[in-house]
Design a protein around this ligand. Structure first.
Ligand code: TNX
Length: 530
């Protein structure tokens, strides 16, 4: 009797009989709380995963990670990994107990489970690399910000399906949860739309590699035509891959500007009706969508197909850098503005975006837009991606005042197309310009902001933007995002009091081993000094 009681006490309060010891976590992002105990678990004798049927998909993912790390999965085994929901726990949170008897992963919901699995994955990897054991420990963890995103521009340079999955996997390992997929721009349309085949037949191809952007040294023309797009089947496959890993995709369909590839495919969508080519240089093209019923019909058809492919609630409609000169010069559009009673081109853009937002709302979707959608007034429920960090008063403040949820991507910290050191292209591959080293990203932290206290809750989180004008290959993208993506993940996930850049740097050395083992490139010169 006595021993039964003692035994159940041990189960209820695992590790209470163990001696606490000092230890350092190797995890990125750093968990809220880790307590280490004497002893270690040996996984090489085989493990068995026990979980409710509801978690089969997660459990399969975990067993894949275990097999990859070289440990054994056995039906009967000494070490049990128990996955267990605990409805009393907060959403997104997990609790991981590791001791010689069991590994118990408790979680508040599916996301919490997914994050806990990624923690186990890192621990398994470090164990496999090291002495094949995992130190006994107890981790309690939950994210600080609920939006932890990465963006990828596949319009300027197309990236293959396998790489998109790899990118999603890099995000998953870092417990990031939103992938903003920039699928459309002046230089290419990269998503199959069944109703408008020319979007990809014409719009996904350009005849040469592009040159020239805002004064930086352009690419030499290499004579290689550039093309590529994702079929709807491929998109479905990517969505399923992301979903299993706890990542929601936000697809972006640009409007009313950055529309040149679409207009090249269907000239009647433009203001001038001219036949033009998919753009062959960088920068902002003057071509903008026409504002008439047939354009809205087209865009509604497009977002219909997009809405069906992506199960997430959000669709990004762009809204950035829409040059309004063609609207100004067109008597037809000026007449339309009078008919609609809109006073200027900013108000016309606002009308344009509201119509799309209204339409998407009927499909259960909410729009996200770059911060220019505030000009002329944004739809009430719109989420704003804040990027123009140099504009005064800050678009972030404007957005918050108007009740918009904000994704922080200030160009000053979150543009991963910028250089990573002050030495720039003396040691780095050519970048678009700018300079955003990982330490300034980590220490300045994009979500630290000047919003008044009562508006701070409008900050949903932040995201790294990866514009690919100067990145032609997956390898180059990887180089630009690591280590910055890891730093961003930590400043969004980890509580401020536990953030420390020196400590992050130390842990990144272990993380870099994972990158190497998974054939992921990174900017190795960043941490060379230590
Ligand atoms: C501005 S950021 C753009 C992109 C470019 C980027 C280059 C934003 C909403 N628009 O079209 O690729 O600068 O850094």
């Amino acid at each position: 009797r006595y021993s039964l009681l003692a035994c159940s006490l041990v189960l209820m309060l695992p590790a209470c009989d163990k001696k606490q010891i000092d230890g350092q976590t190797m995890l990125i992002p750093k968990p809220d709380k880790t307590v280490f105990y004497e002893g270690a678990i040996q996984l090489n004798q085989g493990v068995k995963i026990s979980s409710d049927q509801a978690f089969t998909s997660e459990s399969q993912l975990l067993s894949g990670y275990i097999k990859n790390s070289g440990f054994l999965i056995a039906k009967t085994a000494e070490n049990d990994i128990v996955l267990q929901i605990d409805k009393a726990m907060k959403p997104n949170s997990y609790d991981l107990e590791i001791n010689q008897q069991v590994v118990v992963l408790k979680f508040g919901d599916n996301s919490g489970l997914k994050y806990g699995i990624q923690t186990l994955r890192q621990l398994l990897f470090f164990a496999a690399e090291g002495n094949k054991t995992i130190q006994n420990q107890h981790i309690s963890d939950a994210p600080n910000y609920t939006y932890r995103g990465m963006h990828l521009d596949v319009a300027r340079h197309f990236m293959p399906v396998d790489f998109i999955k790899k990118y999603i996997d890099m995000m998953a390992m870092l417990k990031m949860n939103y992938f903003h997929w920039h699928l459309v721009d002046d230089q290419g349309w990269r998503i199959e739309i069944k109703k408008y085949p020319k979007l990809t037949e014409v719009g996904s191809k350009r005849k040469e590699t592009l040159t020239g952007h805002g004064g930086v040294k352009p690419f030499e023309y290499d004579g290689i035509p550039h093309e590529g797009f994702y079929t709807q089947e491929e998109i479905k496959e990517i969505v399923a891959y992301a979903t299993q890993r706890g990542i929601t995709i936000i697809p972006e369909i640009e409007m009313p500007g950055h529309a040149r590839a679409a207009i090249a495919a269907y000239p009647e969508l433009g203001v001038t009706g001219e036949k033009i080519e998919v753009w062959k240089r960088w920068g902002v093209s003057p071509y903008i969508y026409n504002v008439d019923e047939s354009t809205f019909e087209f865009l509604e058809d497009v977002v219909d197909e997009v809405a069906q492919l992506f199960p997430g609630k959000y669709i990004h409609i762009g809204g950035d850098e829409a040059v309004k000169d063609q609207w100004k010069a067109s008597p037809r559009i000026q007449q339309r503005m009078k008919d609609l009673g809109v006073k200027d081109e900013a108000a016309l853009q606002s009308y344009f975006i509201k119509r799309i937002a209204d339409y998407l709302r009927t499909k259960g979707k909410t729009i996200v837009g770059w911060d220019e959608i505030l000009e002329g007034g944004a739809p009430e429920d719109a989420v704003v991606t804040f990027w123009r960090s140099w504009v005064k008063p800050s678009p972030a403040l404007e957005a918050a005042k108007h009740g918009h949820k904000i994704i922080y991507t200030p160009a000053s910290l979150c543009y991963f197309d910028h250089y990573q050191t002050t030495l720039k292209d003396s040691i780095e591959p050519m970048a678009i310009g700018g300079c955003t080293p990982v330490d300034s990203l980590y220490i300045k932290n994009p979500v630290k902001n000047n919003l008044p206290a009562e508006l701070k809750n409008m900050v949903w989180g932040a995201q790294g933007n990866v514009w690919t004008e100067y990145m032609k290959t997956p390898d180059h993208v990887e180089h630009m995002v690591m280590p910055r993506m890891a730093a961003l993940s930590e400043v969004l996930w980890t509580d401020k009091q536990h953030q420390n850049f020196q400590n992050f740097k130390r842990r990144f050395k272990f993380f870099a081993k994972w990158l190497e083992a998974n054939n992921i490139n990174y900017a190795k010169y960043i941490f060379e000094d230590n």
